[in-house]
Design a protein around this ligand. Sequence first.
Ligand SMILES: [Zn+2]
Length: 72
Amino acid sequence: MSREKMVTCPVCGEKFELESYADIGEIITCTNCFEELRIVRLNPIELEEVTDYYDDNDDSEDYLEDEEKEEW
Ligand SMILES: [Zn+2]
């Protein structure tokens, strides 16, 4: 049994098929603009653009730089 769900990408506005295994909190990629989207609601399906990741990386890099200075 395969039940495809059509969703609308909040970034480009194009519709694409949601994978059947998709669940709340999952990160999916738009098949049209390849933007990463998080599923925040299933009925009706609601997608949210994922933007937090880059900020996390910046913070950890700054922390490592501080540690190096302390060793000297
Ligand atoms: Zn898109």
